[in-house]
Design a protein around this ligand. Structure first.
Ligand SMILES: [Zn+2]
Length: 391
């Protein structure tokens, strides 16, 4: 609520300055209202016109009333005439401005230059030769980064199948990243994930030592700890490994992982779910194929391949060999398997009563395949010329 400052002097200059102070406050509020009205068109809440009107025009304590009380009535007799003139002018000005603002956008001549520039999106240097009939300065709309877009597409496929989205910390403990996922200390399977450890953790017990998670799988454990079966989740997120950057490796990349645990979940559910997901992602004509693999936290484990959606599975594009599938017609897309019963021991699930499957895939790799990008570094160099192709 604006309150009119008391008059300290009655010289012509002081009266002028005080009147201008009131006008400035009025301009500021009119601009605010105009901005709010512009925003209202894009779905923002409507500005409160009554509050604005009352602040200036209300009989009790509106600015016009305050001018009468605080300026005119308390002025010494010999200054009453000068003060009265200023107050009268201000009253007319305020009434007109408030009326304009309530009717619609204020007439342009009455908004300050700065306000006008803000409303019209005009740069300072354009102001001398401003032609408001020309279109405004167009601002570029942002767009999703291709990797994040791919991540969202994968997540939405599994959300549509009823999975909820879970996330977890990027800095993890050894326990969640390895031990609870059935990687015992000193197990050689740990070597397959070149891990970036946080420095100076040696004094802690091994399971409490911090590291940058090498996969999104710790979130499986964290979710099962707080949720009883049935569990159906999809886990997107950043992971890190000690891989020197090159065309196909990055020390930071993105995974999407899924987990389903319930009674009577079988390998058939795993195959059916993933086959559906691949068709949703890459088109209904892709075929899927599984071959045995090894992960400490699944048993049995498999790698899934999809028929190459670039060459249609033929291994060639016209007379050229198809490079993404190395001419085999198949692309290895994800790792999966039935959750190893040992894992349930860490989260207090009964492996005799429940079973489940898990899978994980690299969103960056899928983005590379989808968009035909030949170097993963392009995604993370922040070169706008590269990125704006996907906008
Ligand atoms: Zn191919």
């Amino acid at each position: 609520m604006y309150s009119v400052p008391k008059l300290k002097s009655y010289s012509a200059a002081a009266l002028d300055k005080a009147a201008n102070g009131v006008k400035e406050e009025l301009h500021r509020q009119v601009e605010q209202l105009a901005t709010a009205k512009v925003k209202e068109r894009s779905g923002k809440a409507a500005p409160d016109l009554k509050v604005f009107r009352d602040e200036w025009m209300a009989r009790t304590n509106g600015v016009v009333t305050q001018l009468n009380e605080s300026w005119l009535k308390s002025a010494p007799t010999k200054h009453k005439r000068d003060v009265g003139k200023v107050v009268n002018e201000l009253r007319t000005y305020i009434t007109e401005q408030v009326g304009n603002a309530l009717e619609g956008l204020p007439s342009i001549t009455r908004v300050s230059d700065a306000g006008l520039r803000r409303i019209l999106g005009v740069r300072d240097e354009d102001l001398d030769h401003l032609d408001i009939t020309l279109p405004g300065t167009r601002r570029h709309l942002g767009a999703e980064h291709p990797v994040i877009k791919t991540l969202h597409q994968i997540v939405s496929v599994f959300r549509n199948l009823g999975s909820s989205v879970q996330e977890g910390p990027v800095i993890e403990t050894d326990y969640y990243n390895f031990e609870a996922l059935n990687f015992p200390p000193d197990h050689p399977a740990r070597d397959t994930q070149d891990t970036l450890f946080i420095a100076r953790q040696e004094s802690k017990p091994q399971r409490e030592r911090l590291l940058l998670r090498t996969h999104t799988s710790p979130v499986q454990i964290r979710t099962m700890e707080k949720m009883k079966p049935p569990v159906r989740i999809v886990i997107p997120g950043k992971v890190h490994r000690n891989d020197p950057p090159d065309a196909s490796h990055s020390p930071m990349f993105h995974q999407v992982e899924g987990l389903a645990v319930d009674t009577n979940i079988t390998f058939c559910d795993l195959k059916g779910t993933l086959d559906h997901a691949m068709k949703a992602l890459f088109g209904s004509s892709v075929k899927t194929s599984f071959r045995p693999s090894f992960f400490p936290f699944t048993e049995p484990s498999a790698e899934m391949m999809v028929s190459c959606f670039i060459c249609g599975g033929s291994g060639a594009r016209g007379s050229e060999p198809c490079r993404p599938c190395k001419q085999t017609g198949w692309i290895e897309i994800l790792g999966c398997g039935m959750v190893d019963p040992n894992v349930y021991g860490f989260v207090d699930y009964d492996p005799k009563k429940v079973s489940g499957f898990a899978f994980g895939m690299g969103a960056d790799r899928i983005a590379i395949l989808k968009y035909g990008v030949d170097d993963i570094q392009l995604f993370f160099n922040g070169d706008v010329r590269f990125l704006e192709q996907f906008g």
